[in-house]
Ligand binder design. Sequence first.
Ligand SMILES: [Zn+2]
Length: 317
Amino acid sequence: MHTDLVAALDIGGTKIAGALVDGDGRILARAQRATPAQQDGETVMRAVAEVLGDLAGSPLWGHARSVGIGSAGPVDASAGTVSPVNVPGWRDFPLVDRVRTITGGLPVELIGDGVAITAAEHWQGAARGHDNALCMVVSTGVGGGLVLGGRLHPGPTGNAGHIGHISVDLDGDPCPCGSRGCVERIASGPNIARRALEQGWLPGPDGDTSAAAVAVAARAGDPVAVASFERAAQALAAGIAATATLVEIDIAVIGGGVANAGDVLFTPLRKTLTDYATLSFVQRLTVVPAQTGTDAGLVGAAAAALTRLPDVQAASH
Ligand SMILES: [Zn+2]
C-alpha cells in the first residue's frame, strides 16, 4: 500500500498548502499556512518548513518518495529557484535545495503553478485523455500550461504555456510585465472589474467591485458588465487561437475565479473563438471549464513528482 506516495506543495501569494498524495491522486494528509508574503525570505521559508513538518507528522510520511512543488511564478526549474511576483522576499530563492534538505534528500520536482494546474487537469480533470491541451487559470492573474504529445510540457524553466503574457493588443495598455496588451491585462479579474467601473458600471449596495460582482451584474443583463466580460473573452479567444495555431491543441481548459462566471464568460468566448481560430486544423478546438477545483495545485504538483518516479506511470499517460 502507498508505495507510490508523494508529498506536494502548492505555494501561492496567500497560502502555502501541502499534502501527501497517492498514485491515484487521492489526498491522504493535508497541511497549510498563510504565506507571510511581505516578510523576508527566511520567514516565508519557515512557513514552508512548518507545512512539511506537519506532513512529516503523518504516519504515512515514511512512504513519501519524492516532493512536487507548484509555485507562483516566475520559477526557474532548471536552477531550482523561484521569484514569485507576490512574494518579494523570494528572488532567485533556492527553494528546491531548501526543501530537499528539510525532507532528508528526497527528489524534488519544481514547476510553475500554471503548469501544475495543467498537470492536474490532464491527470484528473477536463483534459484527461487529450494529448494536446492548453490549460489556463484566469483569476487575479492569467496563467497556463501545455500538454503536447500526451505529456506535460513545462519547458526548460517550468513556465511554458504562460498565455497570460502574450500580447493580443499590439498598442494596448502597458502590462506590469513590461509588454503591452497582454491577455492578463485585459482578461484578469481585476481588469474586468476596472474596465466595468471605468465604463460606468455601479456596484450594488454591498459595494462589491470584484469581477465576481461584475459577473452577477452581467448575468442580470447589465450592458456594461456584459461588455467587460465580452472584452475579456475576446482576449482569451485570441490567445487560445494563437496557441492552437502554433502547437495544435484540441482543447482549452479554463479554471480560476473568473471562470466561475460561467456562461457570462464561456458563451462570448466560444463565439469569438471562431473569429480567431480560423484555419482548418484549429476549427474543432473546444473550450471547457476546469474540473479539479481548489486542490488542482496540489494534485498537479503531485503529478509532476510521480512522473519522475521510474516505476510509476500514473501521471505520464
Ligand atoms: Zn504582460
